[in-house]
Ligand binder design. Structure first.
Ligand code: FAD
Length: 441
């Protein structure tokens, strides 16, 4: 079976990898000049670095298996996590239960209550019962308003920006589960994983092996439209480098593009399917990446629990992977998740940098802009679907209204938070579904 795949991110490549291994012929088209989509890399100090900070949890088995299968399993590194919370002008270490007990930004009784709530959620199984309540309401009720304001509220803001109080409880439940399963016995240490050689290396190697096994992977290859005849997908119109627009026939097509792109590639969709695609909002990730000549802090991941600071996370990648890998540069991502209505979303890169820089001095009073060797601006569209209440009823079907045309993207990952692991897993599941749906063809 010849399967056309739109998108060369984790999902598209995961699907192609599964298909080619089962004797089918996948052809992947990626519009960008590189693979990996949201987890793609660029060069810093001679080494590939993700455009947006990335790490893995020990529970991310699908991408770990992929790394193993493409011969890169041995490059995985597992490192003790260094997380912190910035509140009241101070960095609080926030990794172990002891750190929670020492978190003096809230009274002891609230810290103990938070610990019990976290433990309860890690053991709770029936997340479907939580579908109709928002995480904000649930946390305020059970962990109390002070724990909400100081820790979990900022975490929700950090991920969902202005939609923080709309997010459904299963998303928060999923997050707590992932974090707890990533800890060893006793809950003391959390290990985070990083593929030495970068996420990009996994995707590039996967593509190489797909090609060796008879599939195709094209970059700089945007799909203009899905060719549909009598309600059945029969191929793609693709823009290949140096060749202009070209029609290619396929038995099946899998689109892995964001929901708002899909309607632009197909004839008008029935109203109910279109409403589902349009019903889930996305936030963009807006990132400034600094290359510094010295460290900003000793924390890898700093959640900003202070509304007077215009960003929600400071991720110092070189407190995770050593700066020597990146030519001695200390790499700091300043992160926000924003809707297209937010003023920061529309700021020019230089304006945004100026807006952010004075606040870095609050994190480290010695910080000086002369520390910056280079800086970069990245905007990742469709970075985070907003998981609202009763989400399971909002998810669009994988089977689109057209025969032989499937759609799979991050909006359909639930209750887990989207991530490379779940895109690889979904890609492989889609490949198996396509094979099984078309067995007799
Ligand atoms: C700031 C940030 C931090 C993150 N941190 C982590 C992390 O720590 N760990 C983790 O595992 N995950 C993390 N993620 C999430 C992870 O990167 C994504 O969930 C995953 O990469 C999504 O893969 P995908 O293939 O589903 O989608 P995408 O990566 O979006 O791939 C879709 C692809 O389709 C292509 N495309 C679109 N239209 C067309 C067209 N017409 N023709 C051809 N191609 C087209 C796009 O260019 C894109 O490459 C993070 C994401 C962001 C934004």
């Amino acid at each position: 079976m010849k399967v056309g795949i739109i998108g060369g991110g984790a999902l598209g490549l995961g699907a192609a990898w599964e298909l080619v291994q089962q004797g089918h012929q996948p052809v992947v088209y990626e519009r960008a000049p590189f693979l990996g989509g949201q987890a793609s890399t660029f060069d810093v100090g001679g080494a590939p670095l993700e455009r947006a900070y990335h790490h893995l949890f020990t529970s991310d088995t699908a991408i770990l298996e992929l790394a193993e299968e493409v011969g890169l399993g041995h490059k995985m590194r597992w490192i003790d996590s260094k997380m912190g919370i910035f509140r009241n002008g101070k960095i609080y270490k926030f990794v172990t239960p002891t750190d929670l007990l020492k978190f003096s930004a809230i009274p002891l009784i609230d810290r103990i209550r938070m610990g019990f709530v976290a433990l309860y959620l890690s053991r709770y199984k029936n997340w479907r019962k939580l579908e109709n309540v928002t995480a904000s309401d649930w946390i305020r009720k059970y962990a109390g308003p002070r724990a909400y304001d100081a820790v979990w509220g900022p975490l929700l803001r950090g991920k969902f920006g202005e939609y923080y109080d709309k997010v459904a409880m299963p998303w928060f439940w999923g997050k707590m589960h992932t974090r707890f399963t990533s800890r060893g016995k006793g809950m003391a240490k959390e290990k985070l994983g990083y593929p030495g050689g970068s996420f990009g290396e996994i995707f590039d190697r996967t593509a190489e092996l797909i090609r060796e096994k008879g599939g195709e992977v094209h970059i700089d290859a945007g799909v203009n439209k899905v060719l549909i005849e009598d309600g059945v997908a029969r191929g793609l119109e693709v823009e290949l480098p140096g060749q202009g627009a070209k029609e290619e026939n396929f038995d099946v097509v899998l689109a892995t593009v964001p929901s708002y792109i899909f309607p632009k590639l197909v004839p008008p969709l029935p109203a109910d399917y279109l409403a589902k695609l349009e019903g889930i909002k996305y936030l963009a990730a807006v990132l400034i990446v600094l290359e510094l000549d010295q460290p900003l802090s000793s924390v890898y991941w700093l959640n900003i629990a202070d509304n007077s600071i215009p960003f929600v996370g400071v991720i110092e990648h070189t407190n995770f992977i050593e700066p020597e890998v990146y030519g001695g540069n200390h790499i700091v991502y300043i992160a926000n998740y924003l809707s297209s209505e937010h003023p920061l979303f529309h700021m020019k890169d230089t304006e945004l940098l100026e807006e952010y820089l004075p606040h870095l001095q609050r994190i480290n009073p010695n910080f000086d802009r002369s520390w910056i060797r280079k800086w970069h601006y990245h905007r990742v569209a469709a970075a985070q679907p907003v998981v609202e209440v009763n989400y399971s009823q909002r998810i669009p079907d994988f089977q689109t209204p057209f025969d032989n045309l499937y759609l799979a993207n991050t909006t359909q990952i639930y209750p887990e938070d989207r991530g490379t692991n779940y895109s690889v897993r979904l890609g492989r599941e889609m490949a198996n579904r396509i094979i099984s749906d078309h067995k007799g063809d």
